[in-house]
Design a protein around this ligand. Structure first.
Ligand code: K1U
Ligand code: ZN
Length: 172
């Protein structure tokens, strides 16, 4: 088990478009396991590879609410193949934007095609919190943060706060 440092915004590594994974190697499987350990420890319900400094199209998630029960998900090269017209607004957070939250409206249901940890093609139809979380994590793979979905006024307030916090941490 390895806990990976999570990159905090603002940081150019969170704004990059990630590259597709060509081959599911043991290194990729290890990375996904370390990402899950890091996500559970944070704690969080999702994590994308760029948040730990890896610019590849890999995400993990677990939105299971039952105590002592885990439903880890590992998705490689995820792609949305269909989405509902209905939107669903949820107050999102992000481990790269600590203690910042805002409502974001996204398609309520999505169909996602991806490769699993064995390199097998799979499709997942998601709704509710799982759909919210997977869309949020997939955004990270294109350098998009949840604050990019809100007004520039709110976004700038949040980013200024985080910039100040970083400055204070670096000074102390
Ligand atoms: O940074 C991330 O991408 C992870 C993020 C995922 C997410 C949260 C809410 C809506 C969409 C996507 C988080 O996990 S933030 C932490 C969080 O939501 C949480 C933490 C502990 C218990 C329950 C939730
Ligand atoms: Zn996030």
């Amino acid at each position: 088990m390895a806990l990976l440092p999570i990159i905090i915004a603002p940081d150019p590594r969170l704004k990059m478009v990630c590259a597709a994974v060509n081959e599911v190697t043991p290194g990729i499987v290890n990375l996904m396991n370390d990402m899950l350990d890091t996500m559970y420890a944070a704690p969080g319900i999702g994590l994308a590879a760029p948040q730990v400094g890896v610019t590849q199209r890999i995400i993990v998630a677990d939105v299971c609410k039952e105590e002592n029960k885990r439903e880890p998900r590992r998705l490689i090269n995820p792609e949305i193949v269909w989405e509902s017209d209905d939107l669903y607004a949820y107050e999102e957070g992000c481990l790269s934007l600590p203690e910042q939250y805002s409502d974001v409206a996204r398609p309520k249901e999505v169909g996602i095609r991806y490769l699993d940890e064995k390199g097998k093609k799979r499709q997942l139809d998601a709704e509710g919190l799982l759909a919210v979380c997977l869309q949020h994590e997939m955004d990270h793979l294109d350098g998009i943060l949840f604050v990019d979905h809100i007004s520039s006024l709110k976004r700038n307030v949040i980013l200024r706060k985080l910039k100040k916090l970083k400055k204070l941490e670096n000074a102390g």
